[in-house]
Each structure stands twice: as C-alpha cells, then as structure tokens.
Design a binder for this molecule. Structure first.
Ligand code: FAD
Length: 367
C-alpha cells in the first residue's frame, strides 16, 4: 500500500501548482495525470493580461494575483535554473475611432490603477503593427511558457515517483464510512487522507463534481513565423500575439461552445489568420495549430473547496481563460484552507453553488 496525505488528480496548471504548494509544505503528495494533449494548459498561450475583454476591464483581483503569480514563477525559475515567465509590455491596439474615444475618456479617471500606462490617440509606429487609431500600453503583464513549466515539474515528479502518468478511475476510489476519519483507498493500493480533483474541463464527467456549473469552452491557437514583428511586446486587439522566440508567435484565441470539433479546424485557422492580418501588414506563415478545452464556469470565477458530503474530497479549478494568473495564489489559498488556516474567498468558493448539489435527496435516502 502506498500512503500519501494528498492524492491530486490532474497536473495542469491547477493540479501542478497545488501539488507543488502542498509538497513545499511538507506533505506526501501523489499525482495522477493522463497527459491529455488537448488539456487547456498544454495549449495555452500563457498570457497574463491585466486589462482585457471587450469592456477593457481590470482583471479580477489583478493587484493581488498578478504580483503573486509573477513571484511564484520567478521562484520556480530559480529552482529549475530555467526561464519560464517573461515580463512584457502589452500594446492594446484600438480597433476603431470609437474605441479610442471611449478608452481615452475613461483613462482620465484611471480605473485601471497603474496597469495602464500611456494611452495613445495616434499610431506609435511599432514595426509591422497596424494601429491607425492608436492604443494603450498595459503594464505588469507578460507570458508564461506553460508547457515548459509543467514539463519541468512533471519530470521532477516522475523521477521522484510522486507523479503517475495514468488516468485516474473514480470508480475505484473508496472512502471511509461516514463518521470515521477521512481516508480514501484507491484501487486497493493507494491510501490517502485527502483527494483533490484538478481535472480541468474533464471534471464535467466526474461522478462527485459533475453538478458544478462548469461550461467547457474549446479554444484554438495558431503558431506563426513572422519576421516583420518585434518580439519585445505582446500585441492585443481581436487576437493576442505572444512571442515564442526565434521569430515565432502564438496567436489566439477562439471560443467555441459545444459541440466541440475533433481537434484544430480550418475555419478557426482562417479566423485567427484574419485577425492577425488586421494587426500586421507583415507576411506570416502558420507553422502550428492547436485546440484545447477551457474549464470555464458560469460566473467566470474559480471553483475551490470541499465536496458537500464527502469529507476529505475537494475541488480546485474552473480557471477558464485565466489559469496562469489564478493558479499560484489559489493553490496557496486552498492549501491554507486545507490546513485550517484560512477561509476560502466567497466568490471563489464552490459553496456559492451549493444549491445545485442534488444530494440532499441521496442523504435522505441513506438515512
Ligand atoms: C486555446 C487556449 C488558450 C489559452 N490561453 C491562455 C492564456 O493565454 N493565459 C491563461 O492564463 N490561460 C489561458 N488558457 C486557459 C488555461 O489554459 C486554463 O485556465 C488552465 O490551463 C486550466 O488548468 P487546469 O489545470 O484546471 O486544467 P487542464 O489544463 O485541462 O488540466 C487538467 C489535467 O487533468 C488531467 N486529467 C483530467 N482527468 C483526469 C483523470 N481522470 N485522470 C488523470 N488525469 C486527468 C488532464 O490530462 C490534464 O492534464 C487558454 C486555454 C485555451 C484552450
């Protein structure tokens, strides 16, 4: 029998940061990850964008989450001796005179703190960039090499034996009877005090958590080669353009609600190429295309916390399109809560959806 304190299912951004946090606190952790190639984390562009979306609104808790995430990724860089996070200015290109007028007017009251720097009503003349209506420089953003970071953590885990590249079968998990100390036995061979579901969008099929209001959303990105663009900044208009190095850029992203396509599609490739063409007059060549599924949530806030009826079983995820900035702080928050040292933030706690849980009926039946 293998004994551990925490059994973590999933090693995307949510599970990897949680497992890392728990291990740094001295816990025995065992992680199962199926290594799905279309997991959100393996496809993500890694962008940290403090002010995004059509409403050009400051991201949720940006002032706390962005510095926390940056410091966390820097610490991992020091540990692995490998760069993961690139701090970079983001140039938000105004798409029209109307958008320019709206944002220039709002900039007078600075609703974005120091996340927005210069707001330009003229084309700044960035090499290769089409910005006739000007744009705004965003500060404290950047991008994470997500696949490289997860690869480094996973290599550590497989070498040390705390990560298993296997699909976790929830049907083989047995929990202790009600009233006993929380304990789980998996497959008759692993004993754990706690189990945490970090399955990303796959959690819609989880027998314990399928009642949560996850609304998976498929996204595609293109990798392009473009010699005419500068790698010193991220561009953002109807698409974002994130430097990958060596003249390559990741362009994203699309949004598709179910039914999902089987992998990358020609129509989304054309859509992204068209959006990039609106941002640059420089020629580019598409060298890659990927599709993944975001673990989005109905109210666009994360889902953290305990199962309503199974002691020791928790959920960590629902990061939607913001996993890079959310994962480190929320891993620490959940670890603090598991240790009895913090309350979960109400807007991130899955308890806000307790009314969706169907099991009061089951509880009555058991009684
Ligand atoms: C096209 C696209 C672009 C994106 N761009 C960005 C971006 O620029 N910035 C940003 O912050 N976010 C971005 N995101 C969102 C980001 O990828 C997600 O928020 C984040 O990766 C979610 O992490 P997760 O760990 O919850 O889920 P996932 O990354 O999906 O990880 C879940 C893991 O669990 C494993 N798993 C599931 N079930 C089981 C099981 N039963 N047994 C074993 N293993 C299992 C899967 O194999 C997977 O490895 C993007 C997403 C997409 C799709």
């Amino acid at each position: 029998m293998t004994d551990c304190d925490f059994l973590v299912v999933g090693h995307g951004l949510a599970g990897a940061t949680l497992a890392d946090e728990l291990r740094r606190r001295g816990h025995q952790v065992l992680v199962y990850d199926a290594g799905r190639p279309d997991s959100a984390s393996r496809v993500a562009a890694g962008l940290v964008n403090p002010v995004a979306g059509r409403r050009f609104a400051l991201a949720w808790r940006a002032a706390e989450l962005i510095p926390y995430a940056t410091a966390y990724y820097r610490a991992l860089e020091a540990r692995f001796g490998q760069p993961f996070f690139t701090a970079a200015p983001i140039f938000k290109v105004f798409g029209s005179a109307q958008e320019q007028a709206d944002i220039v007017a709002r900039s007078a009251t600075q609703p974005w703190g120091d996340f927005v720097g210069d707001v330009l009503a003229h084309d700044p003349g960035l090499p290769g960039v089409l910005a006739p209506h000007g744009g705004a420089w965003l500060r404290h953003g950047g991008y994470l090499a997500v696949a490289e970071l997860l690869g480094a953590l996973a290599a550590e885990g497989t070498a040390a034996g705390w990560l298993r590249r296997e699909t976790f079968d929830w049907g083989r998990l047995v929990s202790a009877p009600a009233g006993a100390e929380p304990e789980f036995v998996y497959d008759g061979t692993v004993r754990a005090r706690h189990v945490v579901c970090c399955e990303g969008a796959e959690a819609v099929h989880n027998p314990y958590f399928s009642w949560l209001p996850l609304t998976p959303n498929q996204g595609e990105v293109l990798d392009v080669e473009c010699a005419g663009l500068d790698a010193g900044q991220v561009l953002n208009r109807s698409a974002y353009v994130v430097p990958l190095g060596a003249g390559r850029f990741r362009v994203g992203a699309t949004y598709r609600w179910p039914p999902f396509a089987e992998g990358p599609t020609a129509d989304r490739r054309a859509e992204l190429a068209g959006r990039l063409g609106a941002l640059t007059a420089a020629p580019f060549a598409v060298v890659g295309q990927r599709a993944g599924v975001r673990p989005a949530v109905r109210d666009r806030k994360p889902l953290l916390g305990p199962h309503p009826a199974v002691p020791g079983l928790s959920f960590c995820g629902g990061y939607g399109s913001k996993g890079v900035v959310l994962a480190p702080r929320l891993a620490a928050l959940l670890a603090d809560w598991l240790a009895g040292r913090a309350e979960l933030w109400p807007e991130a706690s899955l308890a806000r959806y307790a009314a969706l849980w169907p099991a009061p009926v089951a509880a009555v039946e058991r009684a």
